[in-house]
Design a protein around this ligand. Structure first.
Ligand SMILES: Cc1ncc(COP(=O)(O)O)c(C=O)c1O
Length: 507
């Protein structure tokens, strides 16, 4: 059947489209209402007449009109016809705007003026180079590794089973089915937890924010790695705390440095034991045990961020979680890196003394995390899709990591070092003292590679000796090219040979 067109409204239906004819009639009426072509009060053609014009069954038009009425676009009156509805919420006649502004400078909070937040702005303003620039800065899966079709199946399932109930507010501590699944997974990984222990949050970023707000008063001291997650720096600084960076060796934070920093008291120590962002260091088992002992001895709580859980690229699990060693550790997790960042689903498991405060704060911040997405995620996990997804993506990430590190090995000058990470989606490129990370960043960008400078992750904005490189956002062949270009950038920053661009590199 060829495309059919209505004379009266100019609709055009395509029988080969994936959308049903009923859906096409609905969409075309809605599109014309949105542009004002069909104004409020306009009478739609009678169903029989429109069906005849479009050469389709009358019932198709009747159903489309019913859908339009159900969605609030039209009103039907028996015997009179179907009319475009009055828009609710339009302006009430003309208004005159007052043009004077309020004294915003004196109204803005000090919290929103802290230095680290300015870094976020500056980073957002750094020109990203041409569109085809290779992304070694973004810490999120590339779209080809996001399971959109399978996730949509789960969303459809939730709507089929729950109908409109899926669109209600969720319980403030999370959808029970998802909480139970998270608890089961934690228990399988040696972290004892029941569903009641799990509070679902809007991303692990919110979990960290909740913990910071629960513990911190302005002026408090808070301990972090010397290089740490910029998002944590931002919220701890915004809470008015004094951030103290702790030096680390290959095994993790230095205990003597910790002791010195906490001498006058500290409200917390934030760690990413499985893979620090940005240095990709994994804390050793012995150091984990020592850190937990230290926390108990000094009365300083540890916040453990397992943001990249399950991403063990060589199949070797990391040492036990700190939370497995002590129920006093505050444990934060996320589905953003191993699955889908847009879910905005994370969680926190904390000592019971904190829980009522964290629950109330969570409620006051956003009432709840999307129940629709939580239910779809629970379905995704129960169907075994998450396990299958990890089975698919881990070898791919391993290949990407090896592509990047292999190319770095070939092209980096002496003095630039990195470790091949076993967990997570990034590595740390350690630059020699003579190369400033910002300079390297600029040289890399000129060659079409975007990297993440170390200062961004430094509590006092001082770390200039390295950059973070991610290998999750680009396919292997582009990461090989990135390694070559980064080698040239390093040569250029060092003032040694091989800094030039070749045509082959640009294409
Ligand atoms: C170390 C770390 N923790 C937490 C987060 C927040 O992740 P989300 O809020 O998406 O769960 C990120 C995001 O990049 C991160 O790198």
């Amino acid at each position: 059947m060829p495309t059919t067109t209505s004379r009266s409204l100019g609709f055009s239906l395509d029988p080969r489209s994936d959308d049903s004819l009923r859906r096409q009639v609905f969409d075309q009426v809605v599109a014309r209402i949105a542009t004002g072509t069909l104004p409020a009060g306009f009478r739609l053609p009678p169903t029989r007449a429109l069906a005849r014009e479009l050469d389709i069954h009358r019932n198709t038009v009747v159903r489309a009109y019913e859908d339009l009425e159900g969605a609030g676009f039209v009103v039907s009156t028996v015997g009179r016809g179907t009319f475009v509805a009055e828009v609710v919420g339009g302006t009430n006649g003309s208004v005159t705007q007052i043009r004077r502004s309020l004294p915003w400078d004196s109204l803005l909070s000090r919290a929103t003026n802290v230095e680290p937040l300015g870094r976020v702005d500056r980073m957002a303003r750094i020109p990203r180079g041409p569109n085809e620039a290779i992304q070694c800065s973004r810490l999120q899966p590339s779209p080809d590794l996001l399971p959109d079709a399978l996730f949509k199946r789960c969303l459809d399932h939730v709507f089929r089973v729950q109908g409109a109930k899926a669109l209600e507010y969720a319980p403030r501590d999370g959808v029970p089915r998802l909480r139970a699944l998270i608890a089961d997974d934690l228990s399988r990984h040696g972290v004892p937890a029941s569903a009641e222990d799990v509070l679902v949050t809007s991303g692990s970023q919110q979990a960290l924010d909740l913990v910071a707000r629960t513990l911190l008063d302005p002026g408090d001291t808070f301990l972090v790695d010397e290089s740490t997650y910029s998002g944590a720096i931002n919220l701890i600084a915004t809470a008015g705390a004094r951030l103290v960076g702790i030096a680390a060796d290959d095994e993790g934070p230095d205990l003597e440095a910790l002791d010195r920093a906490a001498r006058a008291g500290a409200k917390g120590l934030y760690l990413m034991p499985n893979t620090n962002n940005p240095t990709a260091t994994t804390i050793s088992r012995a150091r984990r045990e020592a850190l937990v002992e230290w926390s108990h001895d000094r009365g300083v709580p540890i916040i453990e961020d397992d943001y990249a859980s399950d991403l063990h690229l060589d199949g070797v699990p990391p040492p036990p979680a700190l939370r497995a060693l002590s129920g006093e550790v505050i444990f934060v997790g996320s589905f953003s890196k191993k699955l889908i960042p847009a879910l905005r689903i994370g969680f926190v498991v904390c000592p019971k003394e904190l829980r009522p405060r964290i629950d109330s704060l969570k409620h006051s911040m956003d009432l709840c995390t999307s129940g629709l997405l939580q239910s779809a995620l629970a379905e995704f996990i129960e169907r075994g899709y998450l396990a299958a997804h990890l089975t698919r993506v881990i070898p791919e990430y391993r290949e990407r990591r090896d592509a990047l590190t292999g190319s770095l090995s070939k092209h980096m000058p002496d003095g630039v070092t990195w470790r091949v990470p076993q967990h997570g989606l990034h590595l740390w490129l350690q630059l020699p003292p003579s190369v400033d990370a910002d300079r390297f960043h600029d040289e890399a960008q000129r060659r079409g590679v975007v990297v993440n400078p170390g200062a961004f992750h430094s509590p006092n904005n001082t770390r200039r000796d390295g950059v973070r490189l991610t290998f999750c956002s680009e396919p292997s062949d582009r990461l090989v090219l990135a390694g070559r270009r980064l080698g040239q950038a390093a040569h250029a920053a060092l003032g040694t040979a091989a800094g030039g661009l070749t045509t082959q590199d640009i294409t």
